[in-house]
Design a protein around this ligand. Structure first.
Ligand code: AMP
Length: 586
């Protein structure tokens, strides 16, 4: 069914959107000008994310404003003002100095959404070391791989996660120098080979002066997955803060009295760029909820915390839709004025359901780990075509392209033509490389464009529409999963000869990880073996990455060069045409 445009009128709004006139602001925008919204370090000593996020507010009239309101799983509420965050992040930066952790060294954090995660991230920026978040639902194998690829110097984690996921692989991370642990309820910990974070924090000084920071100094390493090979560490620099700040203002429409809730986990890029940095640079209050998704509890948070701007994800929205709009209307959500969504395609039904349940649509936006910030969005001031990702941010040039066999780029300029979504490099939060993998980085560019790996089209009015991924990467509950990482673990099992992993469409999670395996001689498919393999994969990979389904096949379809044809596995699973099978092994 064709969806009608959701028309915005100025009468709908009490607050004038920051991007009140898309056309004129887009036309006159420059990144140099956007940089002027930030303060920069004193005496022209550069640009540091933590200065913009905390110190410049803490050093002024905003010191007592709540920066982060933390909602603990057990009902605890803790407020951290900009002034308090300054004290705590200074202590963390001093602690890093005492440990001899240098500019450019990697500080990994493996934790759920607890205050220490936020303190460590911002303190790491202050020390000009590199913050690398790890999703707490990863199992030991993804954790080990990322710590080694990123050459971790420091790991901050909880005592419980350490014991469950790290202690067993400690010997396989030989270069890790320091492990800082957070005890249950901040009780002191005394585990051999580790240090207690809060003991060290208390001993550290609350004063810290951020050293000169080159805007191109590396600030963040965010792991993402490709079709093949190991996870890739996307490098982001301090200058990215210009894009975080600006997109917070234009795409999420932050205003000074906002209470903002980003439901993403900082283990994934949205939870860092918009769960930590953008709301703080804009000086607003950010809600951090430790708990997992629960529709009713979420509505209560929106109501009780008087959330004004809410940034969430399609999987959560689809789960809320199951509970119906009636449940939403039991809550008083009159403060809520802007709803946004990211991470996967947002179906038009969900955009429109926003209208029915919350009295306003969800605003879809698009970006990825490599882009560091929102690139294409639906804005508060702009009419919405349900199902579209919207239009490029000021400062962003996007196009639909085709890469020829010869490697040249053709622009597909006719409305509705499908091709790869490409962006013109040059915005501040653009990734600067994959850690230690220059070739993989180079492969992302052609003809002066960055190729995103997504297929899309553009309509007459310049709105972009997502079509699908150009590769085999899986999106499950908003998380990007590399099939190779899953296959590598499955073939470690003694019964497995080969494994091929695909994303199987799912009405809520968009895709679930499904594995096909063939067995070694001497092993027979059985329900018991299937369950054993599911458990084996889950123990190693963790719930977020492990397959939900495993099927046995006598052999897997392969190309003549021996590569497993995931595309064919997927087509067969879905009963779709098999496409070009000319390279299929005979
Ligand atoms: P990640 O790097 O984990 O943030 O994943 C980025 C990928 O998620 C993109 O390349 C898209 O494939 C997908 N994605 C993100 N936002 C959207 C959106 N609004 N619509 C469709 N796909 C999206």
């Amino acid at each position: 069914m064709p969806w009608t445009t959701i028309v915005k009128s100025s009468r709908d709004r009490e607050i004038v959107p920051n991007l009140h006139d898309y056309g004129s602001i887009h036309a006159s925008f420059t990144w140099e000008q956007a940089r002027q919204d930030l303060e920069g370090l004193r005496d022209n000593q550069g640009l540091n994310i933590a200065h913009e996020a905390i110190d410049r507010h803490a050093n002024g009239a905003h010191a007592s404003h709540v920066a982060i309101r933390w909602l603990g799983k057990n009902g605890t509420i803790e407020d951290y003002s900009y002034g308090q965050l300054q004290d705590l992040t200074n202590r963390f930066a001093n602690l890093l100095q005492q440990l001899g952790v240098a500019r450019g060294d990697r500080v990994f954090v493996l934790a759920g959404r607890i205050p220490e995660l936020y303190i460590a991230a911002l303190g790491t920026f202050k020390n000009r070391s590199v913050f690398c978040p790890l999703f707490s639902a990863f199992g030991p194998e993804p954790i080990r791989a990322r710590l080694n690829i990123g050459q971790a110097n420091v790991l901050v984690t909880t005592a419980s996660l350490y014991q469950r996921k790290v202690a067993g692989i400690r010997a396989a991370i030989p270069n890790l120098q320091h492990i800082l642990l957070i005890g249950e309820d901040r009780q002191r910990t005394a585990i051999a080979g580790t240090q207690d974070l809060w003991t060290r924090m208390q001993q550290a000084s609350p004063s810290f002066a951020i050293g000169p920071t080159d805007p191109e100094d590396i600030a963040l390493l965010h792991f993402t997955s490709g079709t093949t090979g190991t996870p890739k560490g996307a490098i982001h620099v301090h200058q990215a803060v210009v894009a975080h700040h600006m997109t917070g203002k234009y795409a999420l429409d932050f205003h000074k009295d906002d209470v903002f809730w980003c439901t993403a986990d900082p283990g994934w890029v949205t939870g860092t760029s918009y769960g930590i940095i953008a709301p703080l640079t804009n000086g607003i209050t950010s809600i951090v909820d430790e708990g997992d998704f629960d529709a009713e509890r979420w509505y209560r948070i929106l109501q009780d915390e008087r959330v004004t701007v809410w940034y969430t994800a399609p999987t959560a929205i689809r789960m809320m839709m199951k509970g119906g709009a009636g449940l939403v209307r039991k809550f008083n959500l009159r403060h809520l004025r802007f709803l946004a969504s990211v991470g996967e395609p947002l179906n038009p039904e969900a955009v429109v359901w926003g209208q029915e349940a919350f009295g306003q649509p969800f605003h879809d936006n698009w970006w990825q780990t490599e882009t560091g910030g929102i690139m294409i969005a639906n804005y508060a001031s702009m009419d919405i075509q349900p199902g579209s990702m919207g239009r490029p941010l000021p400062g962003i040039e996007a196009a639909i392209v085709h890469k020829t066999e010869a490697g040249t780029i053709e622009l597909l300029e006719n409305p509705g033509e499908q091709g790869e979504l490409a962006l013109r490099p040059g915005w501040p939060s653009m990734f600067r490389g994959y850690w230690n993998e220059p070739e993989r980085y180079q492969k992302c560019f052609a003809g002066g464009w960055y190729l995103t790996g997504d297929l899309a089209k553009k309509d007459e009015q310049g709105y972009f529409w997502f079509v699908g991924r150009a590769d085999d990467v899986i999106k499950s509950s908003g998380h990007l999963i590399g099939p190779f990482e899953v296959e590598s673990v499955l073939i470690e099992h003694k019964a497995v000869a080969e494994a091929g992993v695909i994303g199987k469409p799912d009405p809520v999670a968009m895709e679930v990880v499904k594995a096909f395996v063939s067995l070694k001689d001497g092993y027979e498919p059985s329900e018991e073996l299937r369950r054993e393999l599911l458990g084996f994969a889950r123990a190693r990979l963790g719930a977020a990455v492990a397959p939900k389904e495993i099927a046995f096949l006598p052999t897997l379809p392969k190309t003549r060069s021996g590569k497993i044809m995931r595309r064919l596995l997927k087509a067969r699973e879905l009963g779709l045409p098999e496409g070009d099978t000319s390279t299929l092994e005979g």
